[in-house]
Structure formats: structure tokens, C-alpha cells
Design a protein around this ligand. Structure first.
Ligand code: NAG
Ligand code: NAG
Ligand code: NAG
Length: 206
């Protein structure tokens, strides 16, 4: 059976062992906000690559290079909600760092500012859609550790905890992880069939 991964896909029994992710339906307002972000991100090549010098990179926390593979490593035993919160935390820092290197009159400045404002809108809807107790709950330790590193005073972060990444690659990860972590907003598109902790489409007769 071919099934685009979404909340309605039947899970093969074995998968429950590796992906016990609890899914709550994403509120419709959040989906609207995330789709707006998705639309902005479709212009990322132009604004995050063409407008920058070749091989331009910015300095980010290790943890801000937040790929699908990171999620599939972290996902075990976690609620999807926790990963969504981490996604907001990571990408808030990513956008801030991109904006910081753009002078006021840089051709990508207004694009990035708009992206950030759409991101903030989505975050606002996300926070409002959840009971406030959710944000008072303790995070699982491995997530809390990442969180602490992301929010550490920059001058207290050791050199080895920074790395360089291109703005375009950071926004690629931003988009791909969004399509997977909020996949019930994007289930009708073909964008999210490669969420790694789900079986690939048509894989092994599934
Ligand atoms: C950009 O990076 C690639 C791969 O590392 C390298 O081959 C190329 O020479 C670099 N280009 C410039 C202009 O630095
Ligand atoms: C993602 O994985 C890389 C190694 O591939 C690691 O350096 C980075 O810290 C991880 N990020 C998170 C948020 O776990
Ligand atoms: C996300 O953006 C892509 C590229 O513009 C578009 O093809 C796709 O339909 C969008 N997905 C949704 C759900 O809006």
C-alpha cells in the first residue's frame, strides 16, 4: 500500500517501536501561518544564495544546523510537540543570525525581515494554541541540554561549539524540518514524503 505519511497513514506495527511520536492535530491557524512561511521559503535560493558572495557562511551554534537526520535521532520516545518547540527555538536563532549580517540596504534584508515576521506569527499561533502548562513542563534532558547550549551567552560558548554554514543551507533545513514536523499541514503536497523517521513512500511494500 502506498501512503503519503500523514496522521492518517496506518502505521505498521514495527514502526511503533522506533517512532512513538504522539501526534496532536495541528490547529488550522497554525497551518495557515506555516503555509505562508512555506511560500516565503520558496524564494530562498534567490535571497539566500544569489545575493550573497559565493561560499558565504555565517557562524552558528552546532545545534542550529538542525537537519532531518537530527530529528530522526532525537525522536525516539519524544512527543512531537517537544520537537516542534525545539524547531521554533533553533530557527529563531538562525533567522536572527542571518539578519545580523545583512546591512540595512542589502537586497535580502527585507525578504529576511518578512520571513522573520511570518515566523513570529506562526510562533504566536503555536504558543496560543497550547495550554500554558505545556510550556511549564520540564523538557526531556537531552532536549534541555540542546536548549541550554542554544541560549548560552555567546561569549561563554566554546569555539568548538560553533560552526559555519551558508544561509541557504540553514533555510533548507528550516524548510525541510518544518514540512516533517508539521506534516499534517502539508499532507496534501508531495513535499514531505522524505521525513526520515517515517517509512519512505512505497518502501518495502508498505
Ligand atoms: C566554493 O567552495 C567550493 C567547494 O568547497 C570550491 O571548490 C570553490 O573553489 C569555492 N569557490 C570560491 C569562489 O571560493
Ligand atoms: C545535529 O547533528 C549534528 C551532527 O550531525 C550535531 O553536530 C548537531 O549538534 C545536532 N543538532 C542537534 C540540535 O541535535
Ligand atoms: C509549499 O511551497 C511549495 C513551493 O512554492 C509549493 O509547491 C507547495 O504547494 C507549498 N505547500 C503548501 C501546502 O502550501
Amino acid at each position: 500500500m502506498v501512503c503519503v505519511p500523514s496522521a492518517t497513514c496506518p502505521l505498521p506495527a514495527g514502526l511503533l517501536l522506533i517512532a512513538p511520536v504522539l501526534m496532536a492535530p495541528t490547529p488550522p491557524g497554525l497551518c495557515t501561518a506555516l503555509k505562508t512561511l512555506n511560500d516565503s521559503l520558496s524564494h530562498r535560493r534567490r535571497y539566500m544564495k544569489h545575493n550573497f558572495p559565493i561560499n558565504y557562511t555565517i557562524k552558528v551554534h552546532n545545534e542550529e544546523v538542525f537537519r532531518l537526520s537530527n530529528i530522526s535521532r532525537l525522536v525516539e520516545g519524544l512527543e512531537e510537540l517537544v520537537l516542534q518547540r525545539l524547531w521554533f527555538q533553533v530557527n529563531q536563532g538562525v533567522l536572527k543570525k542571518v539578519i545580523r549580517v545583512l546591512p540595512e540596504r542589502h537586497p535580502s534584508r527585507s525578504y529576511t525581515a518578512e520571513l522573520e515576521s511570518r515566523f513570529r506569527d506562526a510562533e504566536g499561533v503555536f504558543v496560543q494554541s497550547l495550554p500554558s502548562e505545556v510550556f511549564q513542563q520540564e523538557l526531556p534532558e537531552r532536549i534541555q541540554d540542546i536548549w541550554d547550549r542554544l541560549t548560552e551567552e555567546p561569549d561563554r560558548v566554546p569555539e568548538s561549539s560553533w560552526r559555519f554554514a551558508s544561509p541557504k543551507s540553514l533555510l533548507d533545513h528550516f524548510l525541510h524540518t518544518m514540512l516533517c514536523l508539521f506534516r499534517d499541514c502539508f499532507a496534501s503536497t508531495d513535499d514531505n514524503h522524505d521525513c526520515e523517521w517515517h517509512p519512505k513512500k512505497g518502501h518495502d511494500g508498505y
